[in-house]
Design a protein around this ligand. Structure first.
Ligand SMILES: *Cc1c(COP(=O)(O)O)cnc(C)c1O
Length: 528
């Protein structure tokens, strides 16, 4: 029998009597259903177009205008996920996803994530869940040792690590620490003089962090890189920029060096950059968001040579380390610098453990107060795979990237744009492959030969960029793969990033065939 509640809506009895949001038996039943749903998703993921094909606003047209007043069964909700949400997904777990940098998943990472959602503890300080804090200090040391980070970055030395959400946060926190350390020496009035350095390849996270940290917009330096250094930051260019800034009365504060840039996975030379920075008393942060993971393999560790001269180092375990989003591991040599900048001490959080100074209170190592128990998923990944299998996982991606690189090199219409460092290949259709129209130079009188040449080359590059852009769009429209692009040194390059959890050689070979087919089609229409 239906009853009306106080505002006249019908009450659904079955839901009222079953109104325990954590009813253990319902949890078990629905939880199993969800695991089955996801297992089927992984089985089917290759059937969906990799890049979502919906138009902006698609979902509002499909869903009701407001929250249902009465509860709906999980079965109905899951049906809607299948019908309305999945079409609006770009399938990051598809083996045909070669875009950006991957966001790898694993059963281990997923189960750790589940546990953390299940316990749902808030480990802002030690007493709020000692295991959350202590496990985090242990796994960051484990991972730091796997990377052969100097002891000075680990808790077992005088440093320490923290799991944050993303690199953006890690950079902002370290920049805030560096800023406050410097301002305590030169006086807070001088904040307008502080200068932040990166290269023109540094992730936009740095510029955002500088803005939020109150660095004057005119004092952000994106030092130019060139193809001659494969778009790595040159210590000489950095030094001459610093000298100019000092002459102008400014104060060099912070350098963000990158191991594995987003556009081309270039590696900045840490050793010599840290040397330059040291001469000026600057803080160096090393952003190894993507490529840092690979450095647990001895053959890639050399990319971190010189990290001992840096102040902080971070990588995203959610990118290439099988740990679900989000999990940015940040290590610092001087945790007290972070803590001085970020700590708060409200009365309601006071406790004996904190006062004993024998514990880590992670709220003082990050932006937010509340924090998730992220260490669980990383711990599950480290234990379930072990160093051996983690290395094997990343090496297999590097091998597949080499395979793709070899295929590109065999087709004379294409070139590799920059040397490959890890598992990402930047390539493009060459200008000469385009059945170049003869440059119209006869009526441009008075130009020196070199001038002509330059104009012609720029035109060729321009139309080559257009063709590559067209090619990429046509590949992605097919729905069979998804790749993205970068523009470096005015060249539009297609990025082929290998690293999806489920990727196999056959996917890489299929992707290359697809590129060739679409290139043939585009080049034939283009030369008509
Ligand atoms: C992905 C990436 C970032 C940004 O990472 P978020 O965790 O999304 O903030 C920064 N730097 C590099 C080199 C990256 O590859």
């Amino acid at each position: 029998m239906a009853t009306l509640n106080f505002d006249g809506h019908e009450i659904n009895h079955s839901s009222i009597f079953n109104n325990n949001p954590l009813d253990p038996e319902e949890f078990r039943r629905q939880g199993h259903m969800m695991i089955d749903f996801l297992a089927d998703y992984f089985l089917d993921v290759e059937k969906y177009p990799v890049r979502s094909q919906v138009a902006p606003g698609y979902l509002r047209q499909r869903l009701p205008e407001s929250t249902p007043y009465n509860p709906e069964p999980i079965e109905t909700i899951l049906q809607d996920v299948q019908k309305h949400i999945i079409p609006g997904l770009t399938h990051w777990q598809s083996p045909n996803f070669f875009a950006y940098f991957q966001c790898t998943s694993s059963t281990a990472g997923f189960l750790g994530e589940m546990l953390s959602a299940g316990f749902n503890v808030v480990g802002f300080n030690w007493i709020a869940s000692p295991a959350a804090t202590e496990l985090e200090t242990i796994v960051v040391d484990w991972l730091g040792e796997m990377l052969m980070l100097p002891k000075s970055f680990l808790f077992s030395g005088n440093g320490g690590g923290v799991l944050q959400g993303t690199t953006c946060e890690a950079i902002l926190c370290t920049l805030a620490a560096a800023r406050d350390q410097m301002l305590s020496k030169i006086g807070t009035d001088n904040i307008k003089k502080l200068v932040v350095y990166g290269s023109d390849q540094t992730h936009s996270a740095l510029q955002k962090a500088a803005k939020i940290a109150g660095i004057h917009p005119k004092n952000f330096r994106a030092v130019r890189t060139t193809k001659s250094t494969s778009f790595a930051l040159s210590p000489d260019s950095l030094q001459s920029q610093i000298r100019k800034d000092i002459e102008a009365g400014l104060v060099p504060l912070f350098l963000c060096a990158t191991v594995g840039t987003t556009s081309t996975s270039a590696v900045d030379p840490l050793g010599s950059l840290c040397q330059v920075a040291k001469d000026y008393g600057m803080w160096v942060h090393v952003d190894a968001a993507y490529a840092g993971s690979a450095c647990i393999c001895p053959e890639f560790r050399h990319f971190l040579d010189g990290v001992e001269g840096a102040n902080s180092f971070s990588l995203n375990a959610h990118k290439w380390f099988l740990t679900t989003l989000d999990c940015c591991c940040l290590w610092v040599k001087d945790p007290s610098a972070l803590i001085k900048s970020l700590s708060t001490n409200p009365e309601f959080l006071r406790n004996k453990a904190t006062e004993s100074r024998q514990v880590v209170d992670y709220k003082d190592w990050q932006i937010t107060l509340s924090r998730r128990f992220r260490a669980l998923k990383l711990w599950f990944v480290l234990r379930s795979y072990g160093v051996a299998n983690l290395r094997k996982f990343m090496r297999s991606h590097v091998e597949m990237a080499k395979l793709f690189e070899g295929l590109v090199a065999m087709d004379k219409r294409f070139e590799i744009v920059v040397p490959r460092n890890f598992a990402m290949v930047c390539f493009r259709v060459l200008p000469k492959a385009m059945g170049m129209r003869k440059p119209k130079q006869s009526h441009q009188n008075g130009n020196a030969e070199n001038g002509h040449y330059k104009v012609v080359v720029e035109k060729e590059e321009g139309s080559s960029n257009e063709v590559n852009e067209k090619l990429l769009e046509s590949i992605n429209m097919s729905g069979r793969v998804f790749m993205t692009h970068a523009v470096v040194g005015n060249v539009y390059a297609i990025r082929f990033a290998v690293g999806a959890t489920l990727v196999e050689e056959r996917h890489v070979i299929m992707a290359w065939k697809l590129v060739q087919e679409h290139a043939t089609a585009i080049l034939s229409t283009n030369s008509q």
